[in-house]
Design a protein around this ligand. Sequence first.
Ligand code: FAD
Length: 478
Amino acid sequence: MTDQKTIVWFRQDLRLRDNPALTHAVTQGQIIPVFILDEDAPEAAQLGGASQWWLHHSLQSLRTSLNNQLIIRRGSPLVILTELIDQFSADAVCWNRLYEPWQRQRDENIKTTLKSRGVEAKSFNGSLLWEPMTVLKKDDTPYKVFTPYYRRGCLSRMPPRFPVAKPETITFAEAINEDETALNALNLLPSIPWYRDIEAQWQPGEDGASQRLQRFVRTAAERYKDDRNIPAVKGTSLLSPHLHFGEMSPNQVWYAIHGTFGNAFDHPHTDVYLSELGWREFSYYLLFHWPDLQHKNFNAKFDRFPWRTDQADLEAWQQGRTGIPIVDAGMRELYQTGYMHNRVRMVVGSFLVKNLLIDWRHGERWFWDTLVDADMASNAASWQWVAGSGADASPYFRIFNPVLQGERFDTDGDYVKQYCPELQQLPKKYIHKPWQAPAEVLAACGIELGRNYPQPMVDLKVTRQRALEAFAQVKSTT
Ligand code: FAD
């Protein structure tokens, strides 16, 4: 160990275990841990409401893990880091790398400036299994299709880095002991506490992430392939917000699965689970190589797509008032819990983009504001996948029928009934299509369509046809 003083700049790596930047700094000497809420972030990257709530609690948890020695600031990272370097006579700054285009650019500038001032600046990979710049095809161009990317580009080339342990001892450069004022000054919690239901579902922070992982490995991983599509069952790991904020690294998840199931690729359920982590990697990969992914159609043909502008329709979708039960249940789950099941994300996305013909970017923005796992890479890549405009996307003409999706994946209607309690009494036969229920059945269930549950806002058949025609226009353009 040297007697170096290193600023550890925490960002989306709010953990002590498997944190390469922290581990490096601790081996060099004393550390000064800091989190900075970047006020220069572009508008499209500023945190949505649900993410702000999560970040507040995640920082609270990290601060406790660091014995209240975490410095918390808001402002321009370069200015604040420079002030801290002067204040603590720090020799070095280190951090784990991020891959959003604006963060990459900012970090590059900071690295250059610090080095020009004689301050060491070091970065590490703390949040991906395979960094995007290391995976290219034989002709040195990036992959555009998931399976060859994952199988050939990643799996067959090298195993992911093994996680590093939590440092046994951490020596702080100076007693910092800031109270919670600095955290509260970030103003991450809204004045109206709309987050009470969200609060009941989640435990942000490293301990909450570990508990989720343990629950998944113990109880759900061995049925994942079957249960992951059933929204009424907690059959997935629910790790996405923890991974986004870096309260757990994908490496920890990867090796926990391998550690429990031996060669997890030989096990059909865990093989599928690991490939979902692969989709997360692929999303970052796409954003890294196509930095406009959040704003621009990956497939430029979609630039001429005849999207509709209809604020009332958009609001009905956002508020779960479409009259299509599985769509409404999903949108209400999102608003109430900050999360939506993946199968339902695909269904509500398809409904917005195809049945309502509303531009996927409106969906991306709403999810960004309301998801606790809102993530620029996964959100943009997934919305483009749903819209058909993305890399390796679902073909546009594959239009989900929300009624059939509901009947297949929410057979008894348990999920719909949970989030649309007004449909509670409706028999299974009509739960996904109340408009087909005879008047006396509706009356016996206390349902009056158009009064206490909406009439379907569109005819699914007609709008499917309209979507296909719109797509045909795009397809025929060169
Ligand atoms: P699990 O099924 O347990 O999967 C494990 C992990 O793999 C997840 O935590 C996640 O990190 C990753 N993962 C799983 N599926 C995907 C996928 N399709 N794409 C990328 N990563 C995946 N995920 C986000 O993390 N943030 C988003 O903003 C986001 N927006 C989405 C928008 C749409 C329209 C759609 C269709 C999907 C979106 N997803 C997003 C992907 C996926 O829905 C969530 O990652 C998943 O539902 C999280 O639940 P889980 O942790 O229980 O997943």
